[in-house]
Design a protein around this ligand. Structure first.
Ligand code: MV4
Length: 500
C-alpha cells in the first residue's frame, strides 16, 4: 500500500478521498487554489500545497504543478477525483512518466473511451449492443442524410469527441438535417476542438441506467450493479438511485455482464462506469464508458457495502479484489440528492455568498458527503455542487421518506440552494411511483419549482396585511372568498419569487 497519496481535487470529492486514505492508514496531501485556502478539504488532509490562483485553469487544471506537489511531498500516487484532470489521457501519462501511480485506468483506456465512435466500435467488436447508427464520423451533411434515410428518422447527431450532451441534435425529418449537422459540428468544435459528428437512431424516452464496475490488475472485473440516473436537467444529474425500478435481477445480470465485457475489451483497470440507454421495451444499448470515479458512486456503496474509493486505491496499489460476482448482491435502496448553490425559483441561476449557517442532516440511514461549512464562500470559480445528501432504506418507499425527512433537517443559510426543489420532488406522486424517463424532470420542472404556501400562521398574517392595505386604499375591507384569497396570495408569492 502507498504511504502517501495526493488528492488532485477540491470540495466534497477531495474530502471523500481523504477519508478513504485515512481509513486505509495512508497519509493524504491536499492541493488548493488561493480561493480554497482554509477550505474543509485542506484541513482534512495531513498536508496541503497551494497550486495557484482561483481560476481552475491556473490551479486545479495545471498538471505540472500538481505532479510537482506530489514529488515535493513524497506522495507515491495521485487520485484525480472527478472533473478537472480525471479523464485527461495526457495527465494520466504525465503522472506515470513522473514515476507516480495514477489512481484510475491507463492512459490508453482513457483514450479508447474518450472517443465515442472508438468506444462504439470496441463495443460492437465485443458483441455489446449499441444504438443502430454509423460506424464512424460523417464526412458531410450529405453523408449524414444518407445514413438518416438508412436508419430512419428521428435520428440523433452526436459529437465523436463528446459526452454530456454537447454537440447533440435531434433531427426529426430530412428538411432539418443539413442545418442541424452544421450546428452540431460547430458546437462540437467549440466544446472539444473536434467537429467530428456521427449519427444514431433516436431512442424516444429511455431511461439512463449505468453500471459501476471494478477491475483489478489481476484480471478480475466485477459489476457492482446499476444506478438509475434519468432525473437530469440539461444533462446535469439531480437525483440518482440504486437500484433502478426498471431493472429486474435478470436484466441486472445481463447489463452487468455486458459492462464487464466492455471493460475487458478495453483492458480496463480501476473503477469505471458503463452508461446505457434502457428503452421502454427492456432493450438496453451501451452509450459510453466514464473512466473515472463518478459523483453518484455513494448510492452503489450503500447498497453493496463496498467502499469504491478505498478499492480504487487498493487496486492502484496492486491488490486483488477479494469477492466474486456471486457475492455482490445489492440490498435495500439508496437515493442521492445533489445539493447545489442554484436557485430553482430563478431558472437554477447560480447563487453566490457566504454560508452563514449550516445544519447537516443525520440520523438513521443518512450520509452527507459535503465540501462546505459555515463561513465557506461560494463563488463562481467552481462547480455549484455544495454537497450530496445520500440515504439508505430497506426499500424505495423508505428511502424516499428518509430523504424527505433528511431534507427537512437540512438548513443552509447564505446562498440559495436546490434543497426545496428536492423536497418537492420527494413529495411528487409520479416520482414516488418510479415511473419516469430522461425527459420527465424537465417536463415536470415548473410544478416542482412553483412556490408552495408558507405555514398557516404566516399565510394568515400575509392575508391580513394584504386586506388591511386594501382597506387603506379603498376605504373599506374588500369582500374576498377564502379560495380567491388563496389564489391571489399564490400569484403574488410566485411574482415575488420570480423577481428575486
Ligand atoms: C441518446 C439518447 C437517445 N437516443 N442516444 C445524452 C448524453 C450522452 N451521454 C448520450 N445522451 C443520450 N443519447 C440516442 N440514440 C438520449 C440521450 C440522453 C438525453 C438526451 C436528451 C436529453 C436528455 C438526455 C439525458 C440522458 C441521455
Amino acid at each position: 500500500m502507498f504511504d502517501k497519496v495526493l488528492v488532485a481535487n477540491r470540495g466534497e470529492i477531495a474530502l471523500r478521498i481523504v477519508r478513504a486514505c485515512t481509513e486505509l492508514g495512508v497519509a493524504s496531501v491536499a492541493v488548493y487554489s488561493d480561493a480554497d485556502a482554509g477550505a474543509p478539504h485542506v484541513r482534512a488532509a495531513d498536508e496541503a500545497v497551494n497550486i495557484g490562483p482561483a481560476p481552475s485553469s491556473d490551479s486545479y487544471l495545471v498538471g505540472d504543478k500538481i505532479i510537482a506537489a506530489a514529488i515535493d511531498t513524497g506522495a507515491q500516487a495521485i487520485h484525480p477525483g472527478y472533473g478537472f484532470l480525471a479523464e485527461r489521457e495526457w495527465f494520466a501519462r504525465a503522472v506515470q512518466d513522473a514515476g507516480l501511480v495514477f489512481i484510475g485506468p491507463s492512459p490508453e483506456a482513457i483514450a479508447a473511451m474518450g472517443s465515442k465512435t472508438a468506444a462504439r466500435a470496441l463495443a460492437t467488436r465485443s458483441s455489446v449492443p449499441v444504438v443502430p447508427g454509423t460506424d464512424g464520423a460523417l464526412a458531410s451533411a450529405d453523408e449524414a442524410s444518407k445514413a438518416a434515410e438508412e436508419f430512419g428518422y428521428p435520428v440523433l447527431l452526436k459529437a465523436a469527441a463528446g459526452g454530456g450532451g454537447k454537440g447533440m441534435r435531434v433531427v426529426r425529418e430530412s428538411g432539418e438535417l443539413e442545418a442541424a449537422f452544421g450546428a452540431a459540428a460547430r458546437e462540437a468544435k467549440a466544446a472539444f476542438g473536434d467537429d467530428a459528428i456521427y449519427l444514431e437512431k433516436y431512442i424516444a424516452r429511455p431511461r439512463h441506467v449505468e453500471i459501476q464496475i471494478l477491475a483489478d490488475s489481476h484480471g478480475n472485473v466485477l459489476s457492482l450493479g446499476e444506478r438509475e440516473c434519468s432525473l437530469q436537467r440539461r444533462h446535469q444529474k439531480m437525483v440518482e438511485e440504486a437500484p433502478s425500478v426498471a431493472v429486474s435481477p435478470e436484466l441486472r445480470r445481463a447489463m452487468g455482464e455486458t459492462a464487464v465485457r466492455v471493460a475487458r475489451a478495453a483492458g480496463y483497470e480501476n473503477a469505471g462506469t458503463c452508461e446505457f440507454l434502457l428503452a421502454g421495451d427492456g432493450q438496453f444499448y451501451f452509450l459510453e464508458m466514464n473512466t473515472r470515479l463518478q459523483v453518484e458512486h455513494p448510492v452503489t456503496e450503500l447498497v453493496t457495502d463496498i467502499d469504491i474509493v478505498q478499492w480504487q486505491i487498493r487496486i492502484a496499489a496492486g491488490e486483488r479484489l477479494p469477492f466474486s460476482q456471486e457475492q455482490i448482491d445489492p440490498r435495500g435502496w439508496a437515493i442521492e440528492c445533489r445539493i447545489t448553490s442554484e436557485d430553482p425559483a430563478n431558472g437554477f441561476l447560480p447563487s453566490t455568498g457566504v454560508i452563514q449557517y449550516l445544519r447537516v442532516p443525520s440520523g438513521p440511514g443518512v450520509r452527507w458527503d459535503g465540501g462546505i461549512e459555515a463561513g465557506s464562500e461560494i463563488g463562481l470559480h467552481y462547480d455549484p455542487m455544495l454537497a450530496k445528501l445520500i440515504v439508505w432504506g430497506e426499500d424505495r418507499a423508505q428511502a424516499v421518506a428518509r430523504m424527505h425527512r433528511a431534507l427537512l433537517e437540512l438548513t443552509i443559510d447564505g446562498v440559495e440552494t436546490s434543497r426545496d426543489f428536492h423536497l418537492r420532488l420527494m413529495e411528487d406522486a409520479e416520482f414516488q411511483s418510479g415511473d419516469f424517463d430522461i425527459q420527465w424532470l424537465e417536463r415536470r420542472l415548473d410544478s416542482l419549482v412553483a412556490v408552495s404556501p408558507p405555514p398557516e400562521g404566516l399565510r394568515a398574517a400575509a392575508l391580513a396585511a394584504a386586506l388591511l392595505a386594501e382597506e387603506d386604499r379603498v376605504g373599506r375591507l374588500p369582500s374576498l372568498s377564502p379560495a380567491s384569497a388563496n389564489d391571489q396570495w399564490k400569484r403574488a408569492a410566485r411574482r415575488d419569487a420570480l423577481r428575486e
